[in-house]
Design a protein around this ligand. Structure first.
Ligand code: NDP
Length: 298
């Protein structure tokens, strides 16, 4: 069965849209996402465009800040600080990857985002909460992968899962979410020995590497989720050789049309959750201030 990521994503977006329309006034107090794009990377521009389109569809406000390829770390952090203070902004994302000159400062740049507005859940504070099981949100792609698994009512309990890739963006958070769902997870990377042997035993295989068609064979009857997006002569292919592996797997996600649309849908869901959480904090602060004022009067 080829899983239709687009259809699952549409359902999530529809739920988000309904929640927004029933609780907020569009253009006034609805959630608003700010995307920071540095440089002219073609693929990044396409991703940001699709995120803004999804915001429009769901009644969110949005804002794109396009910085020059040669922007400095300080300039970028100044923009982030400005957005942190802007109470009309519910969520901030910095489109990755950054240009080479900034990539080495990635951690510092990401951690400049207020954890309350970190929609991608990439700040150290939010990742720490995720790993201790206390997070409000999780990184969008990892959340999307769990939604794909849930879409076919696949029970993760006790399953032998192999995740290929251990990035902060995908591999590590998805391994954590799977463990939180009681799966037994083996996380592989470029130093892993006998990778194919591990793949051959995986009931569920998740591949997030960035190498076109590197997986040629899997366990018969397994579930295969291909996160990779690789551009070959203007065509998108995954990390899994779809034609070969789809004859062995029971469930498989395609590229494009698999994990990608879920990433965008989960970004909207995360933005809405942060928006609701931020409003709740403002309300609590207001109530506390009222209490303090009345105590002073007393
Ligand atoms: P990174 O480059 O940050 O991480 C790649 C990971 O793959 C690393 O952990 C690396 O190991 C591992 N790796 C590299 N070569 C091998 C190998 N031969 N065998 C086993 N492991 C290997 O990439 P990302 O996690 O950011 O992205 C991975 C892919 O997913 C990319 O194609 C990206 O475009 C795509 N992506 C798709 C999204 C979507 O919405 N569908 C969202 C985000 C990413 P090591 O740590 O040892 O270097």
């Amino acid at each position: 069965m080829v899983i239709d990521g687009k259809a699952i994503a549409e359902q999530i977006k529809e739920n988000v849209r309904e929640r927004v329309l029933s609780h907020y006034i569009i253009g006034e107090n609805a959630p608003k996402l700010a995307c920071i794009l540095v440089g002219e990377d073609k693929a990044s521009k396409v991703y940001v465009k699709s995120k803004i389109k999804a915001c429009d569809e769901c009644g969110f406000g949005s804002l794109v800040i396009n910085l020059d390829e040669n922007a400095t770390k300080e300039e970028l952090i100044n923009v982030i600080n400005f957005l942190n203070k802007d109470s009309s902004i519910s969520g901030i994302l910095v489109q990755l990857p950054l240009p080479n000159s900034l990539e080495r400062y990635r951690n510092e740049i990401i951690n400049a985002i207020s954890p309350d507005k970190d929609v991608d859940c990439l700040t150290d504070e939010n990742l720490g909460k995720l790993y201790s099981g206390k997070g409000l949100i999780a990184p969008c792609t990892a959340t999307g992968i769990i939604k794909i698994i849930e879409s076919v009512n696949y029970n993760l309990e006790g399953k032998d899962v192999v995740v290929v890739g251990r990035s902060l963006l995908v591999g590590k958070p998805v391994s954590t979410l799977l463990q939180n769902n009681n799966a037994t997870v083996t996380t592989c990377h470029s130093y892993t020995k006998n990778l194919q042997e591990k793949i051959d035993k995986a009931e569920l295989l998740i591949v997030a590497v960035g190498k076109p068609k590197m997986i040629k064979s899997v366990k018969k009857g397994s579930f295969v989720i291909d996160v990779g997006i690789n551009r070959i002569e203007d065509k998108l292919v995954g990390d899994v050789d779809f034609d070969k592996v789809s004859t062995e797997a029971k469930f498989i996600t395609p590229v494009p049309g698999g994990v990608g649309p879920l990433t965008v849908a989960c970004l909207l869901e995360n933005t809405l959750k942060l928006h609701e959480n931020n409003l709740q904090k403002i309300e609590n602060n207001y109530e506390n201030n009222e209490k303090i004022t009345s105590l002073k009067e007393y």
